[in-house]
Design a protein around this ligand. Structure first.
Ligand SMILES: [Zn+2]
Length: 321
């Protein structure tokens, strides 16, 4: 199958996937994921809106000893093998999202950025794949940030220059408050001080603080409402995109890779700043999206990073679209 025809198949795959039983769905998702990753974008509809998952890329690295801080490494290896992986390496995808609504073209999160891309061409491809999908970076009107970890904000700048020069940049007010507070910086563990410096590099030095803060529970741009999903970071944000009767839940980092943390919501990723709060958020969020049968777009889900969450035992599972 050519890349183009795979893309056409993908465009129509969402509705069909729901009708398939689990095993074929898994197999289909595997091939869909590989094809979409090659193409780099996945267009679909939410109500009347054109939306598109964008592949920034995938980092693959040796499984760290403490990636899941409250589990022995052997348990993590077992879960990776159960997901069909070798158990020695971990692959973490990064997937921003874009949608158009009237005269607004809105990007949510920005990926690893050009400096990371120069080191590793497998990541930092958001601007390139946006262009491939037909979204000119100069015509992005709004960039909405979910939280201030580097994989979500580093793609705002190329060196000192904004990659989306005409976009208004929206940031969660509680996230801004935390990461720009000198007192929080002085109290932070050394391992987190680099993230504070990165926030200063991007927002203070790069964008000269030209951002607009948004509050949780409010419509940020037409159709997109922010949802407080705290724990991963102090101001971590998910979103509901609504059009007509249709809704999409954009979860950001409620979980990192699904084969570890959707299946095991009690597992605490090393990146979750308040692990207990992050777990409560995860369970509450997934109870809601599974009950409402919402489609979920996940920043760290394997591309096309879209699916539904179902309850499974004490945890959940991702049914990939
Ligand atoms: Zn992330």
């Amino acid at each position: 199958m050519t890349a183009l025809s795979r893309r056409s198949v993908l465009a129509g795959s969402t509705a069909a996937a729901g009708a398939l039983s689990l095993a074929p769905c898994f197999i289909e998702a595997f091939f869909a994921s590989a094809a979409a990753q090659a193409v780099g974008f996945n267009k679909y509809k939410v109500g009347s809106l054109e939306v598109c998952g964008i592949a920034d890329g995938v980092s693959t690295f040796p499984l760290p000893d403490r990636f899941v801080v409250n589990q022995a490494k052997e348990e993590v290896v077992k879960a990776l093998k159960a997901a069909g992986q070798d158990g020695e390496k971990l692959s973490v995808p990064y997937n921003p999202f874009v949608f158009a609504n009237g005269n607004r073209v809105v990007l949510i999160d920005t990926g690893m950025g050009p400096a990371a891309n120069a080191q590793n061409p497998a990541i930092g491809n958001t601007a390139k794949n946006l262009a491939a999908a037909g979204y000119d970076p100069a015509k992005i009107t709004d960039v909405v940030i979910s939280h201030f970890h580097g994989d979500h904000i580093n793609g705002l700048l190329n060196g000192a220059n904004p990659i989306y020069p005409n976009a208004q940049v929206w940031v969660p007010a509680p996230e801004w408050k935390y990461w720009t507070d000198e007192g929080e910086l002085s109290r932070a563990p050394d391992a987190r001080k680099g993230a504070f410096a990165n926030v200063k590099r991007i927002f203070t030095d790069g964008l000269k603080n030209k951002v607009t803060q948004y509050e949780h529970g409010k419509e940020v741009v037409p159709g997109l409402t922010s949802v407080a999903t705290l724990g991963h970071t102090p101001g971590h944000t998910s979103f509901i995109l609504a059009s007509g009767n249709d809704k999409l839940f954009i979860q950001s980092d409620v979980t990192n890779v699904p084969f570890l943390f959707v299946n095991n919501p009690g597992w605490h990723a090393v990146y979750d700043q308040d692990a207990k709060q992050a777990e409560e958020t995860r369970r509450k969020t997934y109870d809601m999206v599974s009950a409402e049968k919402l489609r979920v777009q996940g920043f760290h889900f394997p591309f096309p990073s879209l699916g539904r969450i179902e309850k499974a035992g004490d945890g959940y599972r991702l049914i990939a679209a």
